[in-house]
Design a protein around this ligand. Structure first.
Ligand SMILES: NC(=O)c1ccc[n+]([C@@H]2O[C@H](COP(=O)([O-])OP(=O)(O)OC[C@H]3O[C@@H](n4cnc5c(N)ncnc54)[C@H](O)[C@@H]3O)[C@@H](O)[C@H]2O)c1
Ligand SMILES: O=C(O)[C@H](O)COP(=O)(O)O
Length: 527
């Protein structure tokens, strides 16, 4: 049974998939104190939040069972992604479900800002019939500058065009061609700032976008321009905006988000030119149902080991690629695990080569799984698909992935090479049609071994009697041999025996094997 803690308000209709799942216990409580949250998270397998719950490193460290954090929405700036990755916790979000609601909210803010609707409403509610004071401006023929042309930016642009606005947009991923297709003008950030009568930001809050709209960039804007932020507090520098409104450079602003939320007694709210909502962009029945459903499904997929649609802290893989790669997952992990268990020294470099059927596929997920298999020897079960790369890079281990045209006669081949400060070892494996995974090469020796169960790898001299002596000694220790493969470079030269046996080999047996004539090295492992 998976325990899923939901610590922010979520649509109950939206989380139906969770509530109806027989393997899930959903605990919903949006009023937990910090201490209560620490207690609840300690026994939870999953956590689902919106933007209120601050998912800090401390919280993640109190959650030994936690496998996934689901964000019912887009922005993940309230989640410590590094901490999640360090602890192998997958973070998923629901980026599509609230796009329309937020774009519509931006339009509502745009029109309210142009026509002073909140201010006029406020006066009228106080029984003051003011007409002269609230003369607005038309949107038609005005220029809307959009910074951040992703899902929401694009939807806002289409709606603004319906109001006969001219739209100019900047986004590092927006090309001239894409802009033409969307029917907007492509501009640099400076051009957008210089031409906008209304400027709206729709970027994530990241290092590069923090205070993107600041004292200097506001200086580039037209006098009397207006600014909207329905994305994230902090993209527009609040002090700079305050000053620009006070000195008349900026005629007004519409804000749905603030650097610190909830924003109570905020200086910007004291300005009549500023209209505001309390982070309501995604607050519609439809958006909340959408994001709750999307995140519930992804969280359950992570818990049940399925393919994830919207991972945040690991690369997303299309379902077609996933389908092609899935059969290779076990092979890649077992090859990595086998090789690291027989390699001595401090790990420095891992090279993974793919050929045959894998030549034209994005094999990054397979490399990640190989690395997980390799690191398990050192880190145990704490390493997983999410933190394998980061763990390797934190330890200074270099990972390379290459495609190779040499298939060595196999329809598909995965080769892993490990370099340590002492040696370089190589293993190759393949998926045999209908027969599953096979190790087909260990260093220079050709073998045919199923990578599972208890294995013994013996380096020896290719001499008569060596194999028999190993068999007899194992029999003395009641170790039954299931399969045995021998590979040699040349007659009488170096050779390797790989045995699969029915139980784990105990230390004294391994020691005695090491003392047998012509045996040079004995390594035992369990896959
Ligand atoms: N107010 C709300 O309730 C609400 C609701 C939903 C989303 N949001 C926020 O809206 C923002 C946009 O969401 P989205 O779904 O459109 O995201 P998105 O990922 O689809 O789009 C973001 C775009 O910003 C662009 N970008 C990144 N850095 C940039 C930079 N330096 N300059 C210009 N563009 C840059 C990206 O290339 C991307 O195209 C996010 O911050 C999200 O958290 C707010
Ligand atoms: O990033 C988002 O999805 C929005 O800011 C919505 O946040 P919320 O779920 O707290 O409304």
């Amino acid at each position: 049974m998976y325990r899923v803690l939901i610590s922010d308000p979520l649509s109950e209709d939206g989380i139906k998939p969770l509530l109806e799942a027989s393997d899930v216990e959903a605990v919903m409580d949006a009023s937990l104190s910090h201490e209560e949250l620490l207690k609840e998270i300690s026994t939870s397998d999953a956590l689902i939040v919106r933007s209120q719950t601050q998912v800090t490193r401390e919280l993640i460290e109190h959650a030994p069972q936690l496998k996934v954090i689901g964000r019912a929405g887009v922005g993940v700036d309230n989640i410590d992604l590094d901490a999640a990755t360090d602890h192998g916790v997958v973070v998923v979000n629901a980026p599509d479900g609230n796009t329309i609601s937020t774009a519509e909210h931006t339009m509502a803010m745009l029109m309210s800002l142009a026509r002073n609707i909140p201010q006029a409403y406020h006066q009228l509610k106080q029984n003051r019939w003011e007409r002269k004071k609230f003369v607005g401006v038309e949107l038609k023929n005005k220029t809307l500058g959009i910074v951040g042309f992703g899902r929401i930016g694009n939807e806002v642009a289409q709606r603004a065009k319906g109001h006969r606005m001219k739209v100019i947009a900047f986004d590092p991923f927006l090309t001239e061609e894409k802009a033409n297709k969307a029917g907007v003008q492509h501009g640099t950030l400076e051009e957008v700032l210089q031409q906008a009568d209304f400027l709206t930001v729709h970027t994530p809050l990241i290092e590069k976008t923090k205070h993107l709209i600041n004292k200097e960039t506001i200086q580039l804007m037209k006098p009397g321009a207006r600014i909207l932020n329905c994305a994230r507090g902090g993209i527009v520098e609040e002090d700079a905006l305050y000053e620009a409104i006070e000195n008349g450079k900026i005629a007004g602003a519409a804000l749905d988000v603030f650097e610190e939320e909830p924003a109570i007694d905020h200086p910007l709210l004291s300005l009549e030119e500023v209209i505001a909502t309390p982070h309501l962009g995604a607050s519609t029945v439809e958006a909340q149902e959408n994001v709750a459903t999307d995140v519930s499904l992804d969280v359950m997929d992570v818990l049940r080991g399925g393919a994830v649609k919207h991972p945040v802290n690991m690369p997303s893989v299309s379902s077609e690629v996933m389908e092609q790669l899935a059969p290779y997952f076990t092979l890649a992990e077992k090859l990595g695990s086998f090789l690291s268990n027989v390699t001595d020294g401090a790990l420095e470099k891992v090279n993974v080569y793919y050929s045959g059927d894998l030549l034209d596929v994005d094999t990054t997920p397979l490399t990640r799984i190989s690395v997980k298999g390799i690191l398990k020897r050192y880190i145990g079960e704490r390493v997983n698909d999410v933190n394998a790369y980061k763990t390797a890079s934190d330890k200074g281990i270099v990972i390379n992935e290459q495609k190779s045209t040499s298939t060595k006669g196999f329809t598909n081949l995965v080769t892993i090479e490990i370099e340590t400060d002492q040696e370089k070892r190589t293993i190759s494996g393949t998926l045999l049609n209908g027969l599953g995974a096979r190790i087909v090469k260990l260093d220079e020796y050709s073998i045919d071994v199923v990578p599972e169960g208890h294995l013994i790898v013996i380096h020896h001299k290719d001499q008569p009697g060596a194999i028999g002596r190993v068999g007899s000694l194992l029999a003395e220790h009641h170790v039954n041999i299931a399969t045995m493969q021998v590979g040699r470079t040349n007659q009488g030269g170096e050779a390797v025996m790989v045995l699969t046996v029915d139980k784990a080999v105990e230390e004294d047996c391994q020691e005695q094997l090491g003392g047998v004539a012509d045996i040079q090295q004995v390594q035992c492992l369990t896959l």
